[in-house]
Design a protein around this ligand. Structure first.
Ligand code: AMP
Length: 192
């Protein structure tokens, strides 16, 4: 099964994706994680995207489509979870083409719905928790970058809700509930 987890930053896409990896043998494809890994390893691409990411803006479609193209070729027995990709209509079109080229279907698009003020709080708390645990917080987990990330989401990513709705693939779930409850609604959306 191949699915997209759609939703604003801080909605819980990554947390839910990890659970699906553990329980369903799926492969998580998070472009955010791939970009952060490129930065840590100091690749040319990592250097190019660093400032854009820290400001909370989107990196170019070309870069993220290239990352996904590579991973899809590897294949995954349990299927793929697209987490944080696609984020623009151009990326959504490209994903459709890449899936078709590789002989894969898109089985569901699940939108996690959470109110903005809760998202900002979650992300600011995520930074505090990381620091308290002696880890480095994400450079974009601060209120200013988070406001930019939300604006990017509304301008460029939220049109994907209509796009996938029109394709008959969209399922919306309440992302405000506890992690366990969201897990249960997600399982329902995928299996029901
Ligand atoms: P995330 O971990 O998904 O919140 O992504 C962190 C940052 O990486 C975003 O704010 C963007 O700067 C960049 N990014 C991740 N995925 C994409 C994407 N699909 N398209 C453009 N930029 C992305």
């Amino acid at each position: 099964m191949n699915i997209i987890l759609l939703g604003p930053p801080g909605a819980g896409k990554g947390t839910q994706a990890q659970h699906l990896v553990e329980t369903r043998n799926m492969m998580q494809l998070s472009t955010g994680d791939m970009l952060r890994a490129a930065r840590t390893s100091g690749t040319e691409m990592g250097k190019i995207v660093a400032d854009v990411m820290d400001r909370g803006e989107l990196v170019t479609d070309e870069i993220v489509i290239g990352l996904i193209r590579e991973k899809l070729q590897e294949g995954s027995e349990g299927g793929f979870i697209f987490d944080g990709f696609p984020r623009t209509l151009a990326q959504a079109d490209a994903l459709g083409e890449l899936l078709a080229e590789n002989g894969f279907a898109l089985d569901a698009v699940v939108a996690l719905e959470v109110e903005d003020e809760i998202l900002v709080q979650r992300v600011v708390n995520r930074a505090k928790e990381a620091i308290a645990a002696g880890k480095e917080a994400r450079a974009d987990d601060n209120e200013e970058s988070m406001r930019t990330r939300l604006m990017e989401y509304y301008k460029k990513t939220s049109p994907l809700i209509g796009y996938y709705h029109a394709k008959g693939a969209l399922k919306a779930i309440d992302g405000l509930a506890s992690i366990d409850e969201v897990q249960a609604s997600l399982a329902n959306a995928l299996d029901g």
